[in-house]
Design a protein around this ligand. Sequence first.
Ligand SMILES: [Zn+2]
Ligand SMILES: [Zn+2]
Length: 261
Amino acid sequence: MALPIADHWFDRKRIDDEITLLWELHVDPLLRCNIWHVRGRDRDALIDSGLGIASLKAAADDLLRKEVVAIATHVHYDHVGGLHEFENRVMHRIEAPVMEGSHARGGLYASDMAVEIADGLRKAGYEIPEALVTSVPKGFDPAEYRVTPTSVTRTVDEGDVIDLGDRHFEVLHLPGHSPGSIGLYEAATETLFSGDAVYDAPLLDELPESDIADYVRTMKRLLELPVRVVHAGHDASFDGERLRDLAGAYLARRDCYLPES
Ligand SMILES: [Zn+2]
Ligand SMILES: [Zn+2]
């Protein structure tokens, strides 16, 4: 099946003076991750990097005027495809080794996706279209798609800080969706970049690397966190009240998975 040719791959939206959202226009919502650019005084943060189908660095060139710290909230292929393009690469210590290996389990066609990933998506209620991209850059063959492996230059864990000079994001280890999922939390503005730990759509906790008991603990933690706005790994941003609704709904459904202590 030949797909139409896309003439540009990324779109973007200015959220405020310092935050810009970028996304891949021709990717099915199921795999379309939010890419967040945060401008800092001394350096910028780039949170997640999409599938790596087209160059994010080239597309965001005008935004990236100084040192850039590229952070992956977790190692799923829709979040790390562009990571290799950046000089400073940050990921949780548990998932950094995975980034150095091949990502052969992902795919842009449903038929190329590992069965256990497809099962995890279906159990959460998602339908998987045969093609997860609706068009492609010229010369790109979706059947040949692979994430470019890369090493990270800094591994992080709970409590570490991403320092942009005037803005400081604390690393929250938020396992459940994946073992090394992180959020980036700025206490001064009560802003949370949550990755796939929480977003406003059915959450994935039955992927091969997911852990429901961990997810329950993560949601209990998020319920207590002072949050004004959540910029998530997928879908629209939301406020603290919505976060507490989502966490509460998850706990109502899954709390029974937590082993008695
Ligand atoms: Zn994910
Ligand atoms: Zn994702």
